[in-house]
Design a protein around this ligand. Structure first.
Ligand SMILES: Nc1nc2c(ncn2[C@@H]2O[C@H](COP(=O)(O)OP(=O)(O)OP(=O)(O)O)[C@@H](O)[C@H]2O)c(=O)[nH]1
Length: 699
């Protein structure tokens, strides 16, 4: 994997480096081309300029005439000097006559004999003149054409220009002389060297062309800038250049090699990258091959095996069509096939068992369902029954509670305050409700209220007179005022109970109605009992307490006095005088009136704390609760005063009899308690006797 990942990256990197190297190489080659062209153009330009200057000078009339005229030698010298100074390539110039004797020179060597070689070559060339140009170029080598300081190598180029009398006569004639120009290789180097940079060099190799006598070549001209290190890798370009223009008769050629110390060789890394790439590709191919083999012979069989196992785990017992390789795989395959057979058989058994179980399960489910339905129905019935039972139990409980309450209530009602007892009872029964009650039996005119607005109760719609039914209901701010009349057995309304509550349930209504009925009965019973008790101790004619009451009270007072001896009481005994006569004379009604009026008179005379009794017939008694002797004396004097006044008992028919009675009294202040009755009685009879005696009436 590492190889597969790294090798392509290295190849791509190498290709990029190679591309960069190629670009750089192309750039260097371009530089080399430009330098080569520059050197060539400069070479051509300089020699073209030189040839032009030579052509101009060779046509100079004074210059031509100077060959024959000694006096023009100064002009020649001046012209040659100008030529040499203005033309960088030229270092020395000679003007010679047709015998090649020097006429004038500049930077030259006087008496130079070396021209003999040139003479032969140039004469030969002129004889074979082709009609093209009239400047001839030659190499020189190892010749002294100027001082050593100008040309230490003794090598260079000579340009010979024949000078004719007239240009029109052509070159068939013998020239007057020759203009010889010396171009040392030092000047060529000097002219071309500025175009080079360090590490660049130009080697001009001349071609040996033309006649065999012109073998004095310049050898190689080496133009360099800076030191040349031969160990430094270089690039070079070889081109042919010609010293050639329209003035030169026979051009000469150079092979110019331009060197630059730039390395164009292959990058070693790129070179090694080739090997790396190659080996990388080989490794990748080998890896792919290995992967293919692994996949084909191991992974795919194992995958197929895994698929088979997974299919088995899912319950799909299909055999793979893929043939497994190797003996182990065959064994595994056989094992799996055997397992598949076994599992299939087991699955078939399981399927059959499962089917039976499913059937049994369905039957069980149906039975369960029926059972659940039955249970539901049973539960609903039990629930309904339980609810009904609980309701009846609650009702029964309420009734029992009510009955128990009513039992205690009946007992309480016989003795306590009726209103308070009833209100306590109803509030205890329904504490969340508001209650009010008014009793007509006690002539009560105010409502007893509990959690209810009394002002609402005073409204006409509440009053029982406007309603026929024993129960009526009026609304009260979203609630209800349930009104129950209390009636006695004569159907008289004896009271009303109001309940402020929500809408009444049937059970509640029944309970309250039962309570009201019970209340009515108990109330009437109490009233009857009270009446009976009152009658038992009341004299029916006069309305005074009777003898029974007198006996009870006297006994009470005696007992009380026995316990509290300082609390004296007094007893007055009274007897009406002349009742029999009144009866006899005017009838019993007169006697009754006499008794009634007497009792009124006694009641008016006594204090409220004194109790008056009619003991029977015409006998009366008075018990003074606080009846010390002096108190008894006060009452006796008041009775005396009343008796002394004349009072009548009158019938409607106008008949009347005078009221008169005898009085006697005793106090525990003076007598023992158990004797005061006797003492008072004696006193009374004594008083009666006195009356009759004074009145002269026979009894
Ligand atoms: N009208 C009337 N007469 C009664 C009543 N009770 C008793 N008498 C009668 O009153 C009479 C009482 O007689 P007396 O005891 O002699 O009374 P009296 O005539 O006043 O003579 P003294 O008591 O001795 O003064 C009897 O004839 C009774 O019948 C009653 O309630 N009404």
């Amino acid at each position: 994997m590492l190889i597969i990942a790294v090798v392509p990256a290295a190849i791509v990197g190498g290709l990029l480096l190679k591309q960069q190297s190629d670009v750089e190489a192309n750039y260097r080659i371009g530089m080399l081309d430009r330098l080569s062209n520059t050197i060539k153009q400069e070479f051509d330009y300089r020699f073209s300029l030189l040839s032009t200057s030579l052509d101009v000078l060779s046509r100079d009339r004074l210059f031509v005439q100077a060959i024959d005229n000694f006096f023009l030698a100064g002009h020649v010298s001046s012209s040659l000097g100008t030529l040499v100074k203005n033309t960088p390539l030229i270092q020395a110039a000679y003007l010679v006559d047709d015998q090649w004797s020097e006429i004038e020179s500049y930077n030259g060597i006087h008496g130079l004999s070396s021209f003999s070689k040139l003479k032969d070559v140039l004469t030969y060339r002129l004889s074979n003149y082709s009609g093209k140009g009239r400047q001839w170029v030659f190499y020189y080598n190892d010749e002294d054409l100027m001082s050593l300081k100008y040309n230490p190598t003794r090598r260079g180029i000579i340009i010979g220009v024949p000078i004719f009398q007239s240009m029109t006569n052509g070159l068939k004639r013998t020239p007057l002389g020759y203009l010889i120009i010396v171009v040392p290789i030092e000047n060529i180097i000097k002219v071309l060297q500025p175009y080079l940079k360090d590490g660049e060099r130009v080697v001009l190799q001349n071609h040996f062309s033309g006649a065999g006598d012109n073998k004095n070549d310049m050898s190689n001209i080496i133009i360099a800038q800076g030191e040349i290190d031969k160990n430094t890798p270089t690039i070079n370009k070889t081109i042919n250049i010609e010293l050639k223009n329209k003035y030169i008769s026979e051009p000469i050629e150079y092979t110019m090699k331009v060197y630059m110390d730039k390395y164009l060789g292959e990058n070693p890394y790129i070179k090694s990258l080739k090997y790396i790439s190659f080996f990388g590709v080989v490794i990748i191919l080998l890896s792919l091959f290995s992967a293919g083999l692994t996949y084909r012979w191991i992974a795919r069989p194992l995958g197929g095996l895994m698929d088979v196992v997974r299919a088995y785990s899912r319950g799909e017992y299909k055999q793979s069509d893929e043939k497994l390789r190797f003996a182990e795989f065959f064994m595994v395959e056989r094992l799996i096939r055997n397992m598949a057979k076994t599992i299939r058989a087991q699955m078939a058994d399981l399927a059959a068992t499962n089917k039976e179980l499913n059937i049994a399960y369905l039957e069980k489910e149906q039975a369960n369902l029926q059972l659940v339905n039955f249970n539901d129905q049973l539960e609903r019935k039990v629930e309904d029954k339980t609810l009904a039972l609980s309701r009846s139990l609650l009702r029964e409980k309420n009734r029992r509670s009510m009955l128990q309450s009513l039992l205690s209530f009946s007992h309480e009602l016989q003795s306590g305050n009726i209103i308070e007892t009833v209100m306590t009872q109803v509030v205890a029964l329904y504490p969340m409700a508001g209650w009010a009650m008014k009793s007509y039996a006690d002539n009560e005119v105010t409502w007893a209220c509990e959690n209810i607005d009394q002002s609402r109760l005073e409204m006409p719609d509440i009053q029982p007179e406007g309603h026929y039914s024993d129960y009526y209901c009026v609304s009260n701010n979203g609630r209800y005022l349930h009104c129950f009349k209390i009636k006695n057995s004569q159907n008289d309304i004896t009271g009303i109970i109001v309940m402020q509550y929500m809408a009444l349930e049937h059970d509640d209504f029944e309970v309250i109605s039962l309570f009201i009925r019970q209340l009515s009965i108990e109330l009437e019973g109490r009233l009857l009992n009270e009446e009976l008790a009152r009658i038992a101790v009341t004299d029916s004619l006069t309305g005074l307490a009777n003898r029974k009451a007198f006996d009870q009270d006297l006994e009470e007072h005696i007992q009380l006095f026995d316990r509290y001896p300082d609390r004296h009481f007094g007893l007055f005994m009274l007897d009406v005088n002349g009742l029999k006569r009144a009866n006899d004379r005017y009838g019993h009604s007169m006697g009754d009136v006499l008794l009634i009026e007497t009792s009124k008179l006694l009641m008016e005379t006594c204090r409220l704390t004194d109790k008056v009794y009619r003991l029977g017939g015409d006998e009366f008694a008075i018990i003074l609760e606080t009846g010390a002797c002096d108190s008894c004396g006060i009452l006796w004097r008041r009775l005396e005063k009343v008796r002394d006044q004349i009072n009548y008992a009158c019938l409607p028919n106008g008949k009347r009899v005078e009221i008169h009675f005898a009085v006697g009294y005793a106090s525990t202040d003076q007598y023992p308690a158990d004797q005061i009755c006797l003492v008072a009685d004696k006193a009374m009879y004594k008083d009666k006797r006195n009356f009759y005696e004074q009145a002269g009436i026979k009894r």
